[in-house]
Design a protein around this ligand. Structure first.
Ligand code: ATP
Length: 260
């Protein structure tokens, strides 16, 4: 499912009455099935953009649309994955994953089947009846992703989902997410502070300027096509194309301007 931003901007008014111009006029078209990564300095409006796409926040200017229809609020077709898993500790992993389906009135048998499919997909088979606090951080993130996938959203919005994980777990989850994105044809909007992660995962990488944020670099990642994205992470990361793009993006974040 495609989405567009048409001159979207955001100003906040703080409790002390100060106006914070978080997001400058931002226009963007993301076709269905694209994996878009967003990087930029802290406070440049990445989460603000995600909240607008999620329907948690109405932009103060412009319009965000999904498949041509304005976003007016949250919807099951747009799933959100946060940095912290936010699972309900009093429920089992399975119950957490089935919760959205329950809210939507899906019957028990179908809930069970759909929930199990999502758990299998993220590699949590065998952990269904555990309480969430019995899981490691990486497994909790997997459970959160399974919970979103169970709702079968067309668009998945992810806010630094692997930011709190150790390097090895992060790499494993990156590989799994790539596979899920490819198999399930999801449109993904993925915020990260890691330039490497953005280049590794994205079909496209957007770099935002410091506040008020706007997109200063919009790069298609061609490396995946050249190498088929099937190279193990380490090998792909050491190709000249990868290093070149990674450095261009890092420079853009540092200077706040696209390279000449
Ligand atoms: N509810 C709010 N009220 C006032 N200011 C806000 C509010 N939410 C965000 N801001 C400000 O808007 C700017 C953008 O915030 P946002 O969280 O979107 O940035 P970010 O790029 O996601 O940052 P980070 O990378 O640190 O998570 C920041 O300066 C932040 O302080």
């Amino acid at each position: 499912m495609s989405f567009t931003l048409d001159a979207v901007s955001q100003r906040y008014i703080t409790d002390s009455g100060e106006i914070v111009h978080a997001l400058a006029d931002t226009s963007l078209e993301v076709p269905a099935g694209q994996f878009v990564c967003v990087v930029g300095p802290s406070g440049c409006g990445k989460t603000t953009l995600l909240k607008i796409l999620a329907g948690f926040l109405r932009p103060t200017g412009g319009q965000a649309s999904v498949k041509g229809s304005p976003i007016t609020g949250p919807s099951w077709e747009r799933g959100v994955v946060f940095q912290q898993a936010n699972l309900y500790p009093w429920l089992t992993v399975r119950k957490n994953v089935e919760l959205g389906l329950k809210f939507r009135g899906v019957g028990a048998a179908e809930r069970r089947e759909t929930g199990q499919r999502s758990l299998d997909l993220v590699g949590l088979s065998g952990f269904e009846d555990k309480k969430t606090y019995e899981l490691s951080g990486g497994m909790q993130q997997r459970a959160q992703i399974a919970r979103v996938l169970a709702n079968d959203p067309e668009i998945i919005l992810m806010d630094e989902p692997f930011g709190a994980l150790d390097a090895l777990t992060r790499e494993r989850l990156q590989m799994d997410l790539l596979q899920i994105a490819r198999e399930r044809q999801k449109t993904i909007f993925f915020i990260t502070h890691s330039v490497e992660e953005a280049v590794f995962l994205g079909d496209r990488v957007l770099v935002m300027s410091p506040r008020p944020g706007r997109v200063v670099l919009d790069e298609n990642v061609e490396i995946s096509k050249t190498y088929g994205r099937l190279l193990p992470g380490k090998e792909l990361r050491s190709t000249p194309e990868f290093i070149d793009l990674r450095d261009r993006i890092a420079d853009t974040i540092y200077t706040g301007q696209a390279p000449a």
